[in-house]
Design a protein around this ligand. Structure first.
Ligand code: HEC
Ligand code: HEC
Ligand code: HEC
Ligand code: HEC
Ligand code: HEC
Length: 395
């Protein structure tokens, strides 16, 4: 028995995140600007660079809410969420001693407090998150994510897609997850965040339909002939390379939504049946709980309005007291209402017999009314309707 416990403890310790400090020369994206400015500028516009308590109102309000509802210190929740949102943090867990110190206000000089307030975390998912990964442990079960799924390289070693790169500033090494198999890198974090009961609401790996399609093709850019570094390393000029831009555009970027779903409709008895078709390899909405697809139908007879119907495709979450709550705190979740990857969803709505035309507008919102209300989110982006498509159907 004793032997078994020792083995189990040993295995558990092998599987937990190991912190490797990032050297001062590499911590910030501005350290890369001298030679990779084009990529740094793109990345700075992405929401990867906003993944921090100080920069993302929705994230901040969620962390505050979880802390309040679980009666744990704010720093303890920041450390928990850092697993994926700020994985280069220098502590990976907090214990009851820390909680007591925090309640008594005696944690100012603690390791935890220093780690959480380290300025270089403000950059969210920055260059040394992805490019300092040595190995991705895909053999681990689905619950190991973010920093718990990777081991870091020594500081100053950049993993990349080239096996012949030379840089005077840092060492380089080729990795398959930067080249042939980049989805593996994205699934380090874009999978298996879950409710208090363990039900996943970020589930991109499980729902993914075609493993030959690469996330980076749509969310970074296709491969282009340009250069990886601006340093003149090739006979006095930057070396030409096939590279990918670093946009990481997604749900927050309006133009990305255009035509993300195809819409058809036909009358069936007392109903109008609307078919939404998703050609993407992941569901829509997806990525995070409480995202929403809104379908608004205006019925018209000539120019007269005859009626309006609205349908919301989203998920709702209940706390242990059966009150509406946010995804992380949920004990119960409504069924997944998203349009499946490479699939269709049919939605039935009331049909107004007098109507000769239906104008159907489909849009996307980052947060549904319920969660936006609970967290009292103020910035306009959270309720903005991002247009997907608008079709007129003769009835
Ligand atoms: C979310 C992960 C991620 C982050 C963050 C990230 N990169 Fe990359 N980067 C990649 C991937 C994946 C590739 C490989 C693209 C390919 O060739 O298929 C890459 C490729 C590169 C390359 C080789 C040239 C190219 O663009 O293909 C350089 C140089 C680079 N990144 C620098 C940076 C810098 C500098 C930053 C910070 C501003 C950064 N990266 C942030 C994932 C990331
Ligand atoms: C002084 C210039 C310079 C600075 C500063 C610099 N790099 Fe580089 N980097 C290079 C050069 C040169 C290459 C090789 C380009 C080539 O071979 O086409 C390179 C290549 C890379 C690659 C591709 C490696 C591979 O094997 O595929 C990555 C990733 C990368 N750099 C990341 C970074 C990051 C992250 C930073 C900031 C922490 C940074 N670099 C700072 C010059 C620099
Ligand atoms: C270390 C964890 C991590 C890795 C690795 C990672 N992501 Fe992310 N990603 C995040 C987090 C956290 C966010 C949310 C940031 C926010 O909204 O504050 C995010 C957001 C996004 C978004 C949404 C952006 C928007 O505008 O809505 C896209 C798209 C995305 N990531 C694509 C990728 C791709 C493609 C890869 C693989 C090359 C990848 N990510 C790798 C953690 C990660
Ligand atoms: C064929 C292109 C394509 C591929 C491949 C693809 N996506 Fe997407 N993705 C989209 C489009 C289009 C959207 C909807 C508009 C938007 O949010 O960018 C989207 C949405 C997203 C969102 C926001 C989801 C939401 O509902 O809020 C995230 C996060 C994301 N993708 C991550 C990924 C990751 C991670 C992969 C790989 C595992 C991936 N995507 C593969 C095209 C693609
Ligand atoms: C398993 C990795 C993982 C963990 C752990 C995690 N997140 Fe995330 N989170 C993500 C990814 C990936 C995204 C981006 C999904 C997307 O854009 O659709 C995200 C997005 C979010 C968003 C939406 C942000 C936006 O701008 O739309 C919020 C809010 C959020 N997370 C809160 C939290 C909180 C609070 C915790 C800790 C209790 C936490 N997350 C822990 C991976 C994780």
């Amino acid at each position: 028995m004793k032997y078994l416990i020792v083995v189990l403890l040993l295995v558990a310790s092998l599987y937990s995140a190991e912190v490797v400090a990032v050297g001062e020369k590499y911590k910030s994206s501005s350290d890369c600007q001298a030679c990779h400015n084009h990529l740094v500028k793109q990345w700075r516009e992405s929401w990867h660079s906003n993944s921090h308590y100080k920069k993302d109102e929705y994230f901040r309000a969620s962390v505050d809410y979880v802390s309040r509802k679980t009666h744990k210190s704010l720093n303890a929740i920041k450390v928990e969420c850092a697993t994926c949102h700020n994985p280069r943090i220098s502590v990976t867990s907090t214990d009851t001693d820390y909680e007591i110190a925090a309640v008594l206000g005696l944690d100012k000089n603690s390791k935890v407090n220093k780690a959480v307030h380290d300025n270089t975390l403000n950059e969210g998912i920055n260059c040394v998150v992805c490019h300092n990964i040595d190995q991705i442990h895909s053999e681990l079960d689905a619950s190991h994510r973010g920093m718990d799924r990777v081991s870091w390289s020594k500081t100053g070693l950049m993993s990349g897609p080239f096996d012949d790169a030379n840089s005077p500033y840092h060492k380089t090494e080729y990795r398959e997850f930067m080249d042939k198999n980049p989805n593996q890198l994205c699934f380090v974090c874009h999978a298996n965040d879950h409710t208090a009961k363990g039900e996943a609401f970020i589930n991109m790996q499980a729902e993914y339909k075609d493993s030959t399609e690469k996330c980076v093709d749509c969310h970074m850019s296709s491969k282009k002939e340009l250069y990886a570094a601006t340093l003149p390393i090739d006979h006095g000029k930057p070396k030409k390379r096939m590279i990918r831009e670093h946009w990481f555009d997604g749900g927050h970027i309006k133009p990305m939504w255009k035509d993300a779903l195809k819409v058809k409709a036909k009358v069936d008895g007392d109903n109008l049946v609307i078919t939404l078709k998703n050609d993407l390899p992941h569901n829509i909405p997806s990525g995070f709980g409480s995202r929403e697809i809104l379908i608004e139908i205006e019925y018209k007879n000539k120019d007269k309005d005859v009626g309006v119907e609205t349908v919301s495709l989203t998920r709702h979450y209940l706390s242990k007291y059966k009150k509406p709550t946010i995804p992380h705190m949920a004990e119960q979740a409504s069924k997944d209402d998203s349009v499946p990857a490479k699939g269709e969803k049919k939605v039935k709505v009331k049909y107004y017999k007098k109507a000769t035309m239906a104008v159907i507008t489909v849009s996307y919102r980052l947060v549904n009314d319920e969660v936006r209300g609970i967290l009292d989110l103020k910035e306009p982006i959270w309720k903005e309707k991002m247009p997907i498509t608008k079709v007129s159907v003769r009835l």
